[in-house]
Design a protein around this ligand. Structure first.
Ligand code: PRP
Ligand code: ZN
Length: 302
């Protein structure tokens, strides 16, 4: 049992100090209106605009810090959080963390990768092989599910060079662009987990004023995330061609249609909740639309 953490009236959020999730995590907190002062060691940032402080740490440490009550929330990859929870499970502990939000960025896969010149026939092929990984628990669970007996070789990093060093036959590693695997003459063959950045927090929720602070912060983050994906699409179309053009509009809000004085044209604007592709714009143009414009949305209050 971990001792109950002392009551705190400031919320503490752990983020990655450096690495793939570090900058987007800071951007998200800034978009939620948080400003902070960095300490000299740059490990602790004192929140100025809200009683929310940041702790800059290694991503792998984030789940443990939340469990110990040192931090309240963390921005971390699902892969790291699940590996941690599986570790607790195998030690006979109940799950403590849950995904409070899925952030939709930092997407990657945990894949099995084999040497490029080998053929892949399926998981059974891994029987008796050595698989290097920094995610031994996730790999063990998957191997169990596949009913394959392979040897898990846990490493703390540089997994992709393990086959060349003779430490392993294949690897189980994170793949984002695939560049690291290609550079090491490996190819991904099957996926164990789809991951993205999440807000991890205690499954039991937060007590005292930190619970309200977390709600406020997450509410603002939701707004910021939604806004980031929102675009305003503007175009002109002949009034007669309106049904055809409207049918091609991306999923979104109701379009506002205005008459253009002295013409048989209308001006149309609509909020879209995701990026608008070039292809979609070309389709709209073929349907009679002109003056097509896609604008980012800076702020919104409806
Ligand atoms: C992962 C993984 C690879 C790399 C793959 O490491 O271990 O090294 O990313 O990315 P790519 O497919 O775009 O080449 P990560 O940056 O997440 O660091 P960590 O695992 O050491 O935290
Ligand atoms: Zn890491």
């Amino acid at each position: 049992m971990t001792p109950p953490a002392p009551a705190r009236d400031r919320l503490r959020v752990a983020i990655q100090k450096s690495g793939r999730l570090a900058e987007p995590a800071r951007d998200l907190l800034a978009a939620a209106g948080l400003t902070w002062r960095e300490s000299r060691d740059r490990l602790f940032c004192y929140g100025e605009s809200l009683p929310v402080d940041l702790l800059l740490v290694r991503d792998d440490d984030i789940p443990g810090l939340i469990t110990a009550g040192v931090c309240d929330l963390g921005v971390v990859g699902r892969n790291v959080m699940q590996e941690y929870e599986l570790g607790r499970e195998s030690a006979g502990h109940e799950p403590v963390l849950s995904e409070w939000r899925q952030l939709g960025w930092g997407r990657c896969r945990l894949d099995i990768a084999i040497p490029e010149d080998q053929e892949w026939t399926g998981p059974a092929q891994l029987a008796g092989l050595r698989v290097a990984t920094t995610y031994p628990r996730l790999l063990e669970r998957w191997l169990r599910d596949q009913q394959v007996e392979a040897q898990v070789v846990p490493l703390s990093g540089s997994v992709e060079i393990a086959p060349r060093l003779g430490q392993a036959d294949v690897v189980c590693d994170l793949v984002s662009t695939g560049g690291t695997l290609r550079a090491n003459q490996l190819k991904p063959v099957t996926t164990l987990l789809h991951s993205e950045a999440v807000i991890a927090g205690p499954a039991a929720g937060l007590e005292d004023s930190r619970g309200e602070l977390a709600e406020l912060l997450l509410g603002r983050m939701d707004g910021a995330l939604r806004l980031k994906e929102t675009r305003l699409l503007m175009l002109r179309a002949p009034r007669a061609g309106l049904p055809e053009v409207t049918a091609l509009l991306p999923e979104g809000g109701e379009p506002t249609v205005l008459s253009v004085d002295g013409t048989d044209e209308v001006s149309l604007q609509v909020l879209c909740h995701s990026a608008v592709s070039w292809q979609r714009l070309e389709e709209l143009k073929r349907a009679g639309a002109s003056h097509l414009m896609v604008l980012p949305v800076e702020g919104m209050l409806v």
